[in-house]
Design a binder for this molecule. Structure first.
Ligand code: ADP
Ligand code: MG
Length: 701
């Protein structure tokens, strides 16, 4: 062994004199922060004494860290203070020590290693006893016992009177340290489609505590510890492992998930020149799913995303595009999400009804073992800087419902509960899928009445698409072929081909067969997206700007006189989509072709969700609030009628339905429609019936 406090003293005095002085300074000024010195492993330790200490640290970290910490205490500093209770921390380990969480094995136990991942959970910071003071019940002597396990160790006997009797813990006289437990999870981008991420717990003490939030991406350097699993009061031979953290590196920069080589860049640039680029990218998203070209194109744009903007007042406009897919069961919504999960870099897949997960935003719970409050990151936090795929989003937990507004728009999640006060980041795009409340989707009823999501939440989505399943013989045949084909049932396809009467149909089937090939290699597509997001930041050309304004004005005009309808939200959505469209071909300039593409997608979405069947016009109000402009006008008229009639002394106990219907008719509202409105108003609590067929206004003071 080369390591000893003396050798470490030499190391610190020759390499870390400034740090020693800073530490002494902090101790004099009673600054409680950071009694530790961070040693750069690769830069300094690896070259000291031919790297002998470095090797020993990796093999025997427990002893070496203890030696190094004592070494600090022995070192000279200009203030000549005693550097008590200091800790040596080591960072910047070689990548060969970087172990994947799923690769942790018994050979790593007691060794110094480094892991990297995303913080999933943190407990609140609480004191922990490191040296317990006991009072001997027999003679009143004080006994100190070092603690190195999870459970409190009692004295064996009193050193003074040799009594083995009763000992009383003296918490205030015991030595304590701040402690916190965090759970690190593998990066979502390192998982192959469908794999469950693995996690490991890290124990932190002293100045390492209270520094990180769920969702942070960190490197943890520390010692792998194993402890027998408890089974009631017995201990098993099987062990659980955790990491005793020695140092933490919080990754501030956007994590460069994969290296993009020069070779890759060449391929990326080549692909960007493809005349069929948009179709190819869209088809590559879920080649196995037949149809839905517009939806796939929209999702393609979502993967590239718009450019986030900072306003002069400090607020931010998100660049991430949120999309919601709604529709009948069995129309491949879930399948679509799973495919996007496969191709999108940094994607997190979850389902709204998942009961064991931390939900979509964040959860604060009490730990079942030690009773500490724990803050756990939900899907949108884990997907920070990526995309969250949320199936059955309509079944999300009530807590998520309220937190989701902030998470989608401000892209933060604030938690204030018990000892936890945190603001987590959720800078991700959201692709959600929802089923209709009543089994099947009705294209002629407003969307808000059919899915269990509030209008305010719905308005956070840039695009909402309806996926419907309507029988259509020709389409069904192609779909069936497509599915059988992808299931590699070549023979059956052949059969279908022979059954097809016409030459044209046969040709179509052949074209279908070719479509199944993923158009772009998923690996390349992932790199392409990452490259575009990193390097391309499109701006509007003058021409494009005018086109957008023109479209926006026409949209607003078509919804004139209505109270909410088209808002700046839709304008922002248009810009985001246009930015994504330019980014997809790696262009810094948004052209009017981009605007045309985006308007096409936008219209498709609007037609599906906001077509008012009464007028045949697009009415976002109708789609998102369930009340059309005409309906709202009727409601207002009838409200006025009742208000006026109420003033009549003979109607103080309620206005008869017949009288209302009659007045409404005079104002041009059919009796049936007026009746409908009355029932709707009563349902919404705007009027009530003091007795059957009499109505009064509900006044809210
Ligand atoms: P949902 O989530 O909408 O209820 P799923 O994604 O579970 O539906 O789809 C049900 C099954 O039907 C899946 O196996 C899916 O592959 C298949 N399917 C439905 N529509 C299509 C389509 N257009 N192309 C390919 N497969 C489809
Ligand atoms: Mg489903």
């Amino acid at each position: 062994m080369h390591s000893s406090p003396e050798v470490w003293r030499e190391f610190f005095e020759s390499y870390y004199q400034n740090e020693l002085n800073r530490l002494a300074d902090a101790i004099i000024s009673l600054d409680g922060t950071g009694r530790s010195i961070y040693v750069d492993f690769l830069r300094d330790l690896a070259i000291f004494r031919e790297g002998k200490l470095a090797e020993e640290l990796l093999e025997y970290p427990e002893k070496v860290i203890e030696d190094a910490s004592r070494g600090i205490e022995l070192s000279f500093n200009i203030h000549d203070v005693r550097l008590e209770n200091c800790i040596a921390r080591f960072m910047n380990l070689p990548l060969t020590r970087r172990i994947l969480i799923r690769d942790l094995r018994s050979e790593h136990v007691s060794k110094f290693i480094s892991i990297e991942g995303i913080v999933r959970k943190v407990t609140e910071v609480r004191p922990k006893i490191v040296k317990a003071a006991f009072l001997c019940g027999a003679c009143g002597n004080e006994v100190m016992v070092e603690q190195d396990d999870a459970v409190l160790k009692q004295p064996y006997e009193c050193r003074n009177c040799q009594s083995r009797g009763r000992f009383i813990l003296l918490p205030e006289k015991s030595e304590k340290v701040d402690s916190q437990r965090i759970r690190i999870q593998e990066y979502p981008e390192n998982l192959r489609g469908g794999e469950q991420p693995q996690t490991i717990d890290v124990y932190l003490e002293g100045d390492l505590t209270g520094r990180i939030n769920p969702g942070d991406r960190v490197v943890v350097n520390g010692i792998v510890k194993a402890r027998p699993r408890a089974y009631g009061s017995k201990k098993l031979l099987h062990m659980d492992i955790h990491i005793e953290g020695n140092s933490l590196e919080i990754l501030q920069q956007e994590y460069e998930e994969f290296e993009i080589t020069e070779e890759d860049v060449k391929k990326i640039l080549e692909l960007s020149e493809d005349p069929m680029l948009y179709e190819r990218v869209a088809n590559s998203i879920a080649p196995i799913i037949y149809g839905y070209e517009m939806i796939k194109l929209a999702i393609a744009l979502q993967l590239f995303g718009g450019v986030p903007k900072k306003l002069p007042d400090g607020s931010e406009i998100r660049g991430d595009i949120h999309i919601l897919l709604v529709g009948d069961p069995g129309v491949a919504k879930s399948q679509m999400l799973r495919y996007v999960h496969r191709v999108a870099p940094r994607s997190v897949y979850t389902t709204g009804k998942g009961t064991t997960s931390a939900g979509l935003t964040a959860t604060a719970t009490r730990d079942e073992v030690d009773g500490r409050w724990t803050l756990e990151a939900g899907a949108l936090v884990l997907a920070d800087k990526g995309i969250a795929l949320v199936d059955e989003i309509d079944k999300m937990r009530p807590e998520d419902r309220s937190a989701l507004h902030e998470a989608m728009e401000q892209q933060t999640i604030s938690v204030a509960k018990a000892g936890i006060n945190a603001m987590l980041r959720s800078r991700c795009a959201l692709l959600g899928a929802a089923n209709p409340k009543y089994g099947r989707f009705d294209l002629f009823a407003p969307i808000v009445e059919q899915i269990d999501l509030s209008p305010t939440l719905l308005s956070r989505f840039d695009l909402i698409f309806v996926m419907t399943d309507e029988p259509d013989a020709e389409k069904d045949r192609l779909l069936a072929t497509h599915i059988l084909n992808t299931h590699e049932l070549g023979e059956k396809l052949e059969m279908l081909r022979n059954l097809s009467s016409s030459e044209i149909k046969r040709e179509k089937l052949d074209i279908e067969a070719k479509k199944i090939e993923p158009q772009i290699d998923p690996e390349l597509l992932r790199k392409y997206i990452a490259y575009a997001k990193r390097t391309v930041f499109p701006v509007l050309t003058e021409e494009a700007k005018n086109r957008i304004i023109e479209f926006y004005v026409s949209l607003r005009d078509s919804a004139k006189d209505s109270s909410v309808t088209v808002t700046a939200r839709q304008l922002e959505a248009l810009v985001r989509l246009a930015e994504a469209s330019a980014r997809l071909r790696l262009s810094d300039r948004i052209t009017s072709q981009d605007i045309d593409r985006v308007i096409g997608i936008f219209r498709k979405s609007l037609e599906q969700i906001a077509l008012n069947p009464e007028t045949g016009e697009i009415d976002i109000d109708y789609g998102l609030s369930g009340t059309s402009k005409t309906q709202r006008d009727r409601i207002l008229t009838i409200k006025r009628i009742i208000e006026n009639l109420e003033k009549d002394p003979q109607y103080t106990k309620g206005v008869p339905e017949e009288v209302i219907l009659h007045s409404a008719e005079e104002k041009g509202i059919e009796r049936a429609k007026a009746k409908e409105v009355l029932y709707k108003m009563r349902e919404k609590g705007e009027i009530y019936s003091p007795r059957p067929n009499y109505y009064r206004i509900v006044h809210s003071y």
